[in-house]
Design a protein around this ligand. Structure first.
Ligand code: MN
Ligand code: MN
Ligand code: MN
Length: 276
């Protein structure tokens, strides 16, 4: 039997809208057999998702999507099949959570200077116990009528280089991969076409990534059309990287991305789950 994999998804422990339990329920509904919960810089939802998966009869892969710096650029690294008890990983994620908090406060200050009061408190209220992320600020800006949409919020205030944006000193790619390896997991470069890199820059990134111990590339994602999927498959094969598959689901009706509804992995790829 061919299993359906989705190795990139978010719960309300970061910027998703479903609880870990609801996410697993949704995955079941979408006939996903193997799901990775990859909340941004946190593993807070993993145990709950694992428990829900055990009763729903699907496999939950403990994971996280970790921010990192490469050549001053922010990249996202999917940490798959990690031991969530690993201390080096836990400490690294805690440092990133602290950086997110500091960034959020600074973003609140920036927005206040632009005449938008109470953004930090407002975003914090929306996010509740979750990790405070830019989408929470976007929701605040929409609610307060400063912008008309999510895209508008990012385009005018929150995207890199915009007036509400604050650079975050994430750990280097090398360091993040070290945490993942210490925790026995695989490091996979997420959504490779989303970094605005030329193909030679992307190769450069992947060469560096491999050198520090990265092993995988997200070949199939909701962001890739058939052509990009094929290009990334060829790239992964030529660089001897394993291929991963993930929707980057954040919730129903969010970005119109659904769990498990992905193109098949092209035949020239070695799936990352061969390593499990
Ligand atoms: Mn996200
Ligand atoms: Mn990402
Ligand atoms: Mn993601």
């Amino acid at each position: 039997m061919k299993l359906r994999y989705d190795l990139h998804s978010h719960s309300d422990c970061s910027d998703g809208t479903l609880s870990p339990e609801q996410l697993v329920e949704r995955a079941k509904l979408q006939q996903v057999d193997v799901l990775a919960l990859t909340d941004h810089d946190t593993i807070a939802g993993v145990t709950r998702a694992q428990q829900a998966a055990a009763s729903a009869g699907l496999t939950l892969i403990p994971a996280s999507e970790i921010s990192a710096k490469w050549n001053k650029k922010d990249i996202h690294i999917i940490a798959l099949a990690i031991d969530i008890e690993n201390q080096l990983l836990q400490e690294g994620l805690q440092r990133h959570q602290q950086k997110r908090e500091t960034r959020a406060e600074a973003m609140g200050d920036r927005l206040a200077e632009l005449g938008i009061k109470g953004a930090y408190a407002g975003a914090k209220k929306i996010c509740g116990k979750a990790l405070l992320t830019r989408p929470h600020f976007a929701k605040f800006l929409i609610e307060q009528g400063h912008v008309s949409s999510f895209n508008d919020a990012f385009k005018r205030y929150l995207a890199a280089g915009k007036p509400g944006y604050v650079v975050t000193p994430w750990a280097s790619m090398e360091e993040v991969v070290r945490w993942i390896r210490a925790a026995g997991g695989q490091a996979v470069l997420a959504h490779p076409t989303c970094y605005k890199l030329t193909s030679s820059q992307l190769r450069h990134l992947l060469r560096d990534f491999k050198e520090v111990g990265g092993v995988g590339l997200e070949v199939v994602t909701s962001y890739h059309n058939a052509d990009e999927t094929q290009r990334m498959a060829t790239l992964a094969a030529s660089m001897q990287l394993f291929a991963s598959v993930g929707s980057d689901f954040h919730g129903i009706a969010e970005k119109r991305i659904e769990l498990g509804q992905l193109r098949p992995l092209p035949g020239n790829c070695k799936p990352i789950w061969q390593l499990w």
